[in-house]
Design a protein around this ligand. Sequence first.
Ligand code: CP
Ligand code: NVA
Length: 304
Amino acid sequence: MAVRHFLTLNDMTTSELELLLDHASRLRKEWREGKVRDSLKNRVLAMIFEKSSTRTRVSFEAGMTQLGGAALFLSPRDTQLGRGEPIEDSAIVISSMVDAVMIRTFAHDTVEKFAAASSKPVINALTDEYHPCQLIADMQTYREHRGSIRGATVAWIGDGNNMCHSYINAAEKFDFHLNVACPEGYEPDQAILDAHRDRVTVVRAPEEAARGAQLLVTDVWASMGQEDEQKAREKAFSSYQINPALMSLAEKDALFMHCLPAHRGEEISADMMEHSSSVVWHEAENRLHAQKALLEFLILNRLD
Ligand code: CP
Ligand code: NVA
């Protein structure tokens, strides 16, 4: 069977994604009940991080250990990847020794090149263009609180970045509508918008995007790699904050999510993390469960 990768949500069908979320919720429940599971005994995940991480690293590493396997943290500083060994050569060698590879990097092209040469599943753990692992956790979280997201309106407030692109993919896969509110010049990628024209509406005013939505989501104004733009972005995004006033325009029981890390006083007001609509801690924990389900799917080809 051809090796499956998870570089974007488009690498799975809607029905596979739905089964994955069911399985992730089951894993969450079993883990919270203290049940031991060793489905990935003796399996190894290689984790290549070219950017910082808290949630992604901890969830993948803890997830592998909890399922009886192990994870290797590989930083380009300490491997030949950082000294110019070709990605393809690294992919052939690393994938010959482990059961799956997770990569967090800059250019999306890097994970595509790695995957093309890899004999084992490759997981995109964030590129400049997409962050699909966060989306499976977000979709699991929405379901656990409100049931199916089908037919809902989701409001993305802020930068048309990697998270926003993955929300556009999710709108297609999970059948919801995405309102994106962003300043001029910070829109999502035009090709991605064009491919999902009927799923996405781009507006300028956050209020317009939020009105009547069932879920409000945001992310940092300056992503990793854009540190030099922080000041300019603070200016451009100053009116793009999720706060209780914006939340009050959404549906009465709307949820608030953020992939974290959050910058209080910038994309969210200081009180949003603990706002009654906020499910951010549940969302963060679900990275663990959603990715354990993903690892079982990619390594064992099972979704139950
Ligand atoms: N949300 C997320 O991916 O967090 P980290 O950057 O801490 O991994
Ligand atoms: N858009 C953010 C997400 C962090 C999880 C970044 O790329 O830095």
